[in-house]
Design a protein around this ligand. Structure first.
Ligand code: TXA
Ligand code: MG
Length: 340
């Protein structure tokens, strides 16, 4: 058992003032968003920010998102270009994180990881915004998982990873989207997607009325350079168990190869075709949205089941949100694919 070093308060989604008070006091509090749960701390307080890196076990060169309750909170830190303003008007509050150049000296090096840019997000969740307003400052908001593990989509997931390490967790039930926000870099000449999410390349291009580069196929970067998207060089979303992705066209071949301790996460039609027992299968529902919402929950569940050997997970069509789903799945699987 992990040693308890701090009592973690379980807060309801009504107790946003208490969460704000803890944040003001320099403590770390997990909060809900529409994508995944985040780990909040006063972004203007270096001691508080340090605690986030420690609780997550996160490398210090991986910068943090600043999470705000309204656009005015950005003013002290960045100059907002017309294009960035367009994106905010269309997609905020929502699942888009926007990277902007900082006003020199205005954001702590701890938050930026030494970069001249900072990532901002305004979540589409009333409780998140109430917590930030109660804190009175922007809060950093990395996903509230232990570094390298799947992001938490319930307060119970956060409790599993952070209990004893942070001051509180605000429980607002399961998150709606289930994977992290789209990250777009607006600090370069060409807008560039650094992480796919619920806001798609097509939607971004339509609003900006110009091409947007999708850099998410970029291979991992050598560890001796500071990469453009620092998070890209680390292993991500990875359970301890062996994870392998599969195509639904191969479902029956997979069924023939399945060992007693293997499990399958797939959509309803695929599971019906495979005729698996309930304890060997995790339903991803019937839609792309439900699959995305369930992905990390299923991976986390089977990761804790001692007898499970390999987790096979169905891929989605790589369109729209399917790109974000497949991106997280491929990382969880270390790119391993089932083939016949
Ligand atoms: O949906 C989300 O965005 C969630 C919720 C809690 O808001 N947060 C989240 O934060 O996923 P995090 O820290 O787990 O992921 C942020 C990603 C990391 O890969 C980080 O490297 C990248 O954004 N990032 C942050 N600041 C950056 C910057 N200035 N330049 C490039 N990449 C940056
Ligand atoms: Mg994360």
């Amino acid at each position: 058992m992990r040693k308890l070093i701090m009592k973690t308060e379980r807060l309801t989604n009504q107790e946003t003032q208490r969460a704000g008070d803890l944040l003001k006091a320099g403590e770390v509090v997990a909060f809900p968003t529409e994508t995944v749960y985040g780990l909040g701390a006063d972004a203007t307080n270096d001691e508080a920010v340090k605690k986030v890196f420690i609780a997550k076990g996160r490398p210090s060169d991986n910068p943090l998102i600043m999470t705000v309750a309204d656009i005015a909170q950005l003013d002290p830190f960045v100059t907002i270009s017309d294009m960035a303003q367009l994106l905010m008007a269309h997609f905020w509050p929502g699942s888009l994180t926007i990277i902007l150049p900082i006003k020199p000296g205005k954001v702590s090096m701890l938050v930026t990881g030494g970069l001249q840019t900072v990532a901002f997000r305004l979540p589409d969740n009333d409780v998140a915004r109430a917590v930030i307003r109660a804190a009175g400052v922007p809060i950093v908001g990395p996903s509230a998982n232990t570094s390298g593990k799947p992001s938490p989509t319930t307060a119970a997931h956060v409790w599993h990873d952070m209990q004893g390490k942070i001051a509180g967790i605000v429980d607002d039930g399961p998150t709606q989207i289930g994977v992290e926000s789209t990250v777009i870099d607006m600090s370069a000449t060409t807008p560039t997607i650094l992480r796919p999410g619920a806001v798609t390349q097509q939607q971004l291009e339509a609003v900006l009325n110009m091409p947007v580069v999708d850099a998410t196929s970029t291979k991992s970067v050598a560890s001796n350079v500071t990469p453009k998207a620092p998070g890209m060089k680390y292993r991500h979303y990875a359970p301890d168990k062996n994870v392998v992705m599969f195509d639904r066209l191969d479902a029956l071949d997979l069924k023939n190869e399945l060992q007693k301790n293997d499990v399958v996460m797939a959509q309803e039609p695929t599971l019906s075709a495979m005729q698996l027992s309930l304890d060997q299968s995790w339903s991803l529902g019937e839609t792309l949205e439900s699959a995305t919402e369930q992905l990390f929950s299923g991976l986390r569940f089977y990761d804790d089941e001692i007898q499970v050997a390999t987790i096979y997970v169905e891929k989605m069509s790589p369109i729209g949100l399917g790109k974000a789903y497949n991106n997280r799945l491929a990382k969880s699987a270390g790119n391993q694919e089932f083939s016949v």
